[in-house]
Design a protein around this ligand. Structure first.
Ligand code: COA
Length: 400
């Protein structure tokens, strides 16, 4: 992978191990909700939404879909591209603000469905910055030498936590998932730098309460709320600053960045960032018009589409930038380049992955049956003991 970059002196990894993205995949619900559809739910219109945000439509999960099922499908596709078996995964991180449960983690569910029997898994909560946070955690584990392979997923079903009567928020968000496979390699490049930041002073500007939070009438409140104008100001301030910091840390220069893959919140935020960074808007990947804001899933979904559209080439420098609830924000610089042996999906690999998913389904079912049977015997055993003791007593009485 020879490079012809002008300013190519990226900071080397201290251990000589690099963390490369070797697989990517996305999954979005089929159900499309356009701005016109939205106008039948709240008082709004296509012109207002599009001119303020750039959004035309978003995807909404069906009853059968969930954060875990979308994340699972995205992870399967990423494993396919990477041609890696589930059993080779060491770690699964799911960045999400809409997990299936508080616990078990969505990552644990996906680990089980994949049959990733040697993987640890956890969910990470950093709102719309979550994917960059999670990618940084996985990359650090790989670069330290403690693991080889990680699957990092951003997955959301925002439609389940929106207040569908609040036109200031419900028009902005959508559902979906994206995933990448991160793998250790001695080949230079991959994740070069990360900048993670948080300002809890803005916690009340963008929030999804848990079901412990009640309003003054004692009713549970579990809907998103947001102070849009303040979040807008925060986002336009931090995006440009944190990209600059990540670029400095990576040891390259801003003009070396070939493509910025930002969190897809609002086209106007991207326009402002482009102006402040003095970078052409066409060096920002954007698909907010078709998916809206999918929170932690937006960067990996945009990354997948950028690859599909041929906008990313070997040795390109990319910047990811996320921002959102916390308040939190995060930037990352990486050099793209899939190490050679990983580049072709083998038929055998495909079959072994399918087998792993099938076996995982069966193992899951058999375990459930085994647990039910054991619970059944646990329930009847005390009675069985009582009957046995009674029988013995009768026999003894007869003997006496
Ligand atoms: N349709 C039509 N009118 C709407 C509307 C909608 N969906 N939502 C709000 N309005 C109205 C308001 O009621 C207000 O009317 P008024 O002047 O009669 O009171 C007017 O439009 C302006 O509202 P305002 O909230 O000031 O609009 P805005 O220009 O700030 O745009 C956002 C609102 C939400 C689009 C904008 O603040 C934003 O994008 N913020 C960032 C949000 C974000 O990206 N969050 C996620 C970060 S991860």
């Amino acid at each position: 992978m020879a490079s012809n970059k002008k300013h190519l002196t990226p900071t080397p990894s201290a251990t000589g191990i690099y963390a490369h993205i070797v697989g990517w995949g996305m999954a979005v619900p089929e159900n499309i909700m356009t701005n016109d559809d939205m106008a039948s739910i709240v008082e709004t219109n296509d012109e207002w939404i599009h001119s303020r945000t750039g959004i035309r439509e978003r995807r909404i999960a069906s009853e059968k879909e969930s954060t875990a099922t979308l994340g699972y499908r995205a992870a399967q596709r990423a494993l396919e591209v990477a041609d890696i078996l589930p059993v080779d995964i060491d770690l699964i991180i799911v960045a999400t603000s809409t997990p299936e449960h508080i616990f078990p983690s969505t990552a644990s569910l996906i680990q089980d469905w994949l049959g990733a029997s040697k993987a640890g898994g956890f969910d990470l909560s950093a709102a719309c910055s979550g994917f960059v946070y999670a990618l940084n955690m996985a990359a650090q584990s790989i670069k330290s030498g403690s693991i080889q392979t990680a699957v990092v997923i951003g997955a959301e079903t925002m439609s389940r936590v929106l207040d569908w009567q609040d036109r200031g928020t419900c028009i902005l968000f959508g559902d979906g998932a994206g995933a990448v496979v991160l793998r250790a390699s001695t080949q230079q490049g991959g994740i070069l730098s990360s900048v993670l930041r948080s300002d809890g002073g803005g916690a009340d500007l963008l929030c999804i309460p848990t079901n412990n939070v009640r309003d003054l009438n004692g009713h549970k409140v579990q809907k998103m709320f947001m102070v849009g104008s303040e979040v807008f100001k925060f986002a336009t301030r931090v995006v440009n600053q944190s990209i600059r910091e990540a670029v400095d840390l990576a040891g390259i220069q801003l003009e070396d960045i070939d493509l910025i893959v930002p969190h897809q919140a609002n086209m106007r935020i991207l326009q402002s960032a482009a102006r402040k960074l003095k970078i052409d808007l066409d060096r920002f990947m954007s698909n907010v018009d078709r998916y809206g804001n999918t929170s932690a899933a937006s960067i990996p979904i945009a990354l997948c589409e950028a690859v599909e559209q041929g906008r990313i080439h070997d040795n390109d420098y990319l910047a990811f930038v996320g921002f959102g609830g916390g308040l939190s924000w995060a930037s990352m610089v990486l050099q793209w380049g899939v190490p050679e042996p990983e580049q072709h999906t083998t038929r055998l690999g495909q079959q072994r992955r399918q087998l792993s998913y099938t076996l995982a389904r069966w193992r899951n079912r058999i375990n459930k049956v085994r647990r039910n049977v054991s619970q059944f015997f646990n329930r009847i055993r005390p009675n069985a003991g009582r009957i046995f003791r009674l029988q013995r007593k009768i026999e003894q009485d007869e003997i006496l």
